[in-house]
Design a protein around this ligand. Sequence first.
Ligand SMILES: C[S@@+](CC[C@H](N)C(=O)[O-])C[C@H]1O[C@@H](n2cnc3c(N)ncnc32)[C@H](O)[C@@H]1O
Length: 280
Amino acid sequence: MNYRHAFHAGNHADVLKHLVLTRLIALLSRKDAPFAYLDSHAGVGLYDLHADEASRTGEYLEGIARLWQATQLPDAVEAYLEVVRAMNPDGVLRYYPGSPELARLLSREQDRLQFNEKHPEDGFLLKDNMRGDRRVAVHRGEGWHVPRALMPTREKRVLLLIDPPFEQPDELQRCVEALNEAHGRMRQAIVAIWYPIKDIGQLERFYRDLHNSAAPKMLRAELYVHAPDDAGRLTGSGLAISNPPWGLEDELRQLLPWLAEALGQSQGGWRLDWLIAEQG
Ligand SMILES: C[S@@+](CC[C@H](N)C(=O)[O-])C[C@H]1O[C@@H](n2cnc3c(N)ncnc32)[C@H](O)[C@@H]1O
């Protein structure tokens, strides 16, 4: 396990993932009934962008820092940035929330949060960062076992984020297996899988497997910051979201063109479509 998210915190891929996460939680919060949030590969939860790791790569400068400087944000982006602003009250962008902290800050008293991080050091930091919130449980086990270990939840509504580091060649396949396991246990679960866009050819099989998965329906949202190439660099990223709440598709149709404009580097672009269309 070499991957440390601190090097990449706040980059364009984090912005897409966290913005969509913010919207998912906002849409789930329209009903009073509690939901459970599960994060199988949670990271440490909080990042210092001025620390050695993030400042060495400077990736956040082409991500959250661009939004931080933007004027006239769409309302949905405003709500995400509000969280980041609250963490940086002196107006200097320094602290950035990972998915666990975002979910923790945006969820309500009645909701429950279960985070899992396998890296021994990061798992310890996550536990420390989340201490004191009685709604939160931190596990330090195998992320791929999260659907089996934690589902079904006692809450009828659940959002599972699957966000592995993609260090191993089989991780796209394992995402599909985890998705199937999750839907086998809770057909109505919302599962969001984040994936990197490096080599489009490699993703074709993933898309086919998602299409043939146990998800009742699935939306695909992608953001590109470079034109596709075969150099193996990160040209963009995507989220495959099963059972997206009503309203998400419309919101993303407004947001993605704006994001592509705001975050595009050599070339910005986006895609939003159904990998599994709703059954008539
Ligand atoms: C992309 S990062 C997660 C970022 C986080 N979800 C966020 O948005 O802030 C992936 C994390 O998975 C952890 N990890 C790697 N292999 C794992 C495994 N098999 N089970 C659980 N966690 C794992 C890594 O240590 C890393 O912190």
